[in-house]
Design a binder for this molecule. Structure first.
Ligand code: ARG
Length: 293
């Protein structure tokens, strides 16, 4: 048997790749146990745990084809913990932990704090009287150069200065005016390739101007009320794929003509609590180190 000598130049660069990761929480204790947003009204204990498990698993399966997903253990008595977008906001290894506005969700803070610390993140916390609901209300522009942060419903405007300092990023404040779209991620989604998808009526005029100043007309995907209430803007995007609840053919067509692959997953059980695809995930560090030997 002859062996070929290996040239050093033949060895491909080693990828110590930590792919982008998401944090999710299985819905074993999910339910609508209280009313803290208009979607929950009339839905107390009306969700099916079985269907929720199935829908969540469909989302989990679709995402794990695209990205790594970490799981946090669900806790009994914390039915909204499944919405991990509200755990906090991460950037370069630092997590700003959420301070929930409603007492009903405040016990989640301890669970998320512990998970982030054990996973090696630096956890920073806001003053106790300043509500902030994590990635649910704070979304980076695709290039990471600015942070869009909602206020008016859950997250206090006072938190914005703190976020700018803690994460060293420019913060643009957006005022949420429609109680149905109480978190920024229910009505606004920065997408790949400089696109943005949003429901204009959820914002005041000054906020709309800020959005329009940043995103040129041809990059704005405006969503109708009909799609907005199907949580169309509550979309996850990974490398050109947009994952969202079932929406109109018209909207999927527009996303496809903008070059996106669209994956629709029925998340109706979670809409009963006021959340869909994006609410069910939190972004964790994207970090790629490649060593050329
Ligand atoms: N029932 C939850 C709440 O009202 C839903 C959270 C949805 N999360 C989100 N990121 N929009 O807090």
């Amino acid at each position: 048997m002859s062996t070929q000598p290996i040239e050093l130049t033949d060895i491909p660069p080693i990828q110590l790749a930590r792919r982008a990761r998401y944090l999710m929480c299985p819905p074993h204790f999910y339910d609508v146990n209280y009313v803290i947003n208009p979607w929950m009204e009339g839905n107390l204990h009306r969700s099916s745990r079985e269907r929720a498990e199935l829908q969540w698993r469909n989302l989990y399966r679709a995402l794990t084809r695209l990205i790594d997903v970490e799981l946090i253990a669900p806790q009994s008595g914390l039915p909204d913990m499944v919405f991990t977008a509200n755990a906090g906001l991460e950037r370069s290894g630092t997590v700003v932990l959420s301070r929930f506005y409603h007492q009903e969700r405040q016990s989640e803070e301890q669970c998320f704090r512990q998970w982030f610390q054990e996973a090696g993140y630096t956890v920073v916390e806001l003053p106790t009287d300043v509500p902030f609901e994590g990635e649910g209300d704070a979304l980076f522009s695709i290039d990471g150069s600015r942070l869009w942060v909602g206020y008016g419903r859950r997250t206090a405007r006072e938190s914005h200065r703190f976020l700018a300092r803690a994460l060293r990023v420019e913060v643009i404040s957006l005022h949420l005016t429609d109680p149905r779209f109480y978190h920024l991620d229910t009505c606004f989604a920065p997408l790949d390739d400089g696109y943005v998808m949003y429901y204009p009526d959820a914002f005041d005029a000054a906020s709309l101007e800020k959005i329009e100043e940043y995103y040129p007309l041809e990059k704005r995907i405006l969503v109708s009320e009909e799609d907005a209430i199907r949580f169309a803007c509550n979309a996850i995007h990974v490398d050109g794929t947009v994952v969202l609840n079932c929406v109109s053919r018209e909207l999927t067509g527009r996303l496809e003509s903008a070059g996106f692959r669209v994956v629709q997953i029925d998340l109706s059980e979670f809409i009963k609590a006021g959340g869909a695809a994006k609410c069910l995930v939190m972004n964790l560090a994207t970090e790629k180190i490649s060593l050329n030997l």
